[in-house]
Structure formats: structure tokens, C-alpha cells
Write a protein that binds this ligand. Structure first.
Ligand code: SAM
Ligand code: SF4
Length: 326
């Protein structure tokens, strides 16, 4: 699949649910309204959908949400999709999770062929973590990370840099991750969906964080290209830190990804409304011809770039990250 700007689309992020067991303050409001279950694709439909993308050239599948590990039947989906790993049709089957239930699933995920997982973790202090996530238990996340590593899965910690919540904790988080042999990636908060807090108060440019890190370590830019939006540095102690900067540095030129929600809505760009309904074609016919055609048509409409601005009153896009799939 090639978009109008010559970019090869090889990466699908598939949201398996919009629901979550946490309520991170920057991600969703406390009283989040979730979609009716009837609108959510079944496990079989999610498999058919992901497999259509694989047929059309996707080489990397990431399951996300909402929280993927709260989706009933998730392991059936993972074990089913693992056939694409076994056949060599995809290079990677992976996941982004908040980690609260990872201890329970780590062994099964490893056995299915999952080799790397991103775990979101914004604070190590139990009280601070509980406040940011509105009720989460950081001990469970740490147990999940340990279980995954023990099962042979590499972990990348994803942390949203938050001016008021963790700015003074990021060096500690990086040291903690590196001591465990995990990488750390930082991301700037994006104006996606309405939350109670004012985004401009949460926003911490990563240029500021990098300067902070440079006081602690000598940082060396790495040439590594993962096909993703992160730029990596290595510390003089050997740890890797990724910076994902949707605000301060637009990285759309190399975009290779699209996202599908748990209702089967394809989003061609995280920060843009361009979309396509795939649930209709998925449910309309016995074969997948209509589905393949809808995906191929949508690729001709992939936007060139996103544009985020915390100066605007309204969010850049109305939908929350938990719906689009992070
Ligand atoms: N629940 C899983 C988790 O937290 O890892 C997967 C879904 S979550 C929406 C995916 C990622 O999006 C998380 O790392 C989260 O921190 C990030 N995220 C959510 N809302 C965001 C926002 N407004 N700006 C930047 N990142 C956000
Ligand atoms: Fe849930 Fe992930 Fe959003 Fe936090 S960031 S509320 S864990 S979906």
C-alpha cells in the first residue's frame, strides 16, 4: 500500500477495545463514556480485519486500545494472528499496554511469539501514579514488567512528559528503566479529545526534557531508524532514550502507519479526521473483496501531515487517544 506521498504503509495499530481500567488524566475524562458493546468488532472480525491489512502488505501489527488486556478473548486474537508470524507474512506482533494485567498474560503472549511490548508508565511513586491514572496500582505494573521480561519479552517504557505531574521525575524514571534493561521513550502530550485539565498546563516540550537530561548524562544521538517517529539518544551509561515530539518536531515525512478503532473505523492519521468505515464492508459480504477495496481506496486519502497546536481552545481532533488507539 502506497499513499499519495509515496510512503509505504506497512504498520497497523489495531485498537481492540476503547475501554480501560485506568483513567489517565491526560487521556480521558474521569467519567468517560465508552461505546456500546454492540458497536465493537468481535474477535473474529478483528482477526479478519488485521489479516486483510497483512494481505495488503502490512508487516507489523500492534494491538492497543483503550487497554488491550481488558478485552475478553484477547489471547484468542493474539494466538490467531500469530499465524502471520509463523508464515513470515509479518515481522512483528506487538502491543501497547498500561501493564496492570501484564503479569497474568506475559507467559501466553511470549508463547504466541510476542517479542516486544510497550508499557505506559508515567510515575514510579505509588501515590503519584494513583493520582495521574485516577486509581491505578503501580506495583501491578512493575510486576507485569518483571513477568514480561522474565518471559523473554523486551520492554519499552512509554512516558508522557507532563509539566505538572512528572517533569522532576523523568531522570529517575530513565534510570529505573535502564537499570532493568528497558528502554524509555518520552512523548509530548497531544491535544486529542476533551479532558478536565487544560492541555497547555500539562504540556512539557521535550526540548526542555532533553536539556534536563543533558545535565545528568552526556547524550549521543543514535542513527537508529525504527520506522517510527522517535529519535533516540544514548546516555554515557549505555541507556537508550527515545523522544517522540509530535508538537515540537513534526515527523510525518516518514509515516508508515494507519490505525483502526475497535469499531472498525480506519484513521489514516492520528491528528486528522480522514477516515474510512471498514465495519460495513467487513459485515456486508462473505468474502473480503469489499474490505480490501475499501482499504485500498482509503490509502489514496492518507493526509500528508498532522498539525497540533496547544494554543487552540478546542482539541485538534475531538476523539480521545483511547478511541483511536495509541
Ligand atoms: N492503555 C494502553 C496504554 O496506556 O499503554 C494503550 C492505549 S494508550 C491510549 C497508548 C498511549 O497513548 C499511552 O502511552 C498513553 O500514555 C498515550 N496517550 C494517551 N493520551 C495521550 C495524549 N493526549 N497525548 C499523548 N499521549 C497520549
Ligand atoms: Fe487507559 Fe492507556 Fe488512556 Fe491511560 S493512556 S486511560 S491506560 S487508554
Amino acid at each position: 500500500m502506497i499513499d499519495p506521498f509515496g510512503r509505504l504503509v506497512t504498520y497497523l495499530r489495531l485498537s481492540v477495545t476503547d475501554r480501560c481500567d485506568l483513567r489517565c488524566t491526560y487521556c480521558m475524562p474521569e467519567k468517560m463514556r465508552f461505546l456500546p458493546r454492540s458497536e465493537i468488532l468481535s474477535i473474529e472480525e478483528l482477526d479478519r480485519l488485521a489479516s486483510a491489512f497483512v494481505r495488503l502488505g502490512v508487516r507489523k501489527l500492534r494491538l492497543t486500545g483503550g487497554e488491550p488486556l481488558v478485552r475478553r478473548g484477547l489471547m484468542t486474537l493474539v494466538e490467531g494472528l500469530a499465524r502471520h508470524l509463523d508464515s513470515g507474512a509479518i515481522d512483528e506482533l506487538t502491543m501497547t499496554t498500561n501493564g496492570t494485567r501484564l503479569a497474568e498474560f506475559a507467559g501466553g503472549l511470549a508463547a504466541a511469539g510476542v517479542r516486544r511490548i510497550n508499557v505506559s508508565l508515567d510515575h514510579l511513586d505509588p501515590e503519584e501514579y494513583k493520582r495521574i491514572t485516577r486509581g491505578g496500582d503501580v506495583a501491578k505494573v512493575i510486576a507485569g514488567i518483571d513477568a514480561a521480561m522474565a518471559a523473554g519479552i523486551s520492554i519499552k517504557i512509554n512516558t508522557v512528559a507532563l509539566a505538572q505531574d512528572n517533569a522532576d521525575h523523568l531522570v529517575t524514571l530513565a534510570e529505573w528503566a535502564h537499570a532493568r534493561g528497558a528502554e524509555l521513550s518520552l512523548i509530548e502530550v497531544m491535544p486529542l479529545g476533551q479532558v478536565e485539565a487544560d492541555r497547555i498546563d500539562q504540556y512539557l516540550p521535550l526540548s526542555v526534557v532533553r536539556a534536563m537530561f543533558a545535565e545528568r548524562w552526556t547524550l549521543t544521538d543514535m542513527a537508529r531508524s525504527t520506522g517510527g517517529p522517535a529519535r533516540y539518544v544514548r546516555t554515557d551509561e549505555g541507556g537508550t532514550i527515545g523522544f517522540i515530539t509530535p508538537l515540537t518536531h513534526n515527523f510525518c515525512g516518514g509515516c508508515n502507519r494507519v490505525r483502526v478503532t475497535a469499531t472498525g473505523q480506519l484513521f489514516l492519521c492520528l491528528g486528522n479526521d480522514a477516515d474510512a468505515d471498514l465495519r460495513g464492508p467487513l459485515r456486508s459480504a462473505g468474502d473480503d473483496d469489499a474490505l480490501d477495496a475499501a482499504i485500498a481506496e482509503a490509502m489514496t486519502r492518507k493526509p500528508e501531515r498532522h498539525s497540533f497546536d496547544h494554543g487552540q481552545k478546542a482539541p485538534a481532533v475531538a476523539r480521545h487517544m483511547s478511541m483511536t488507539g495509541g
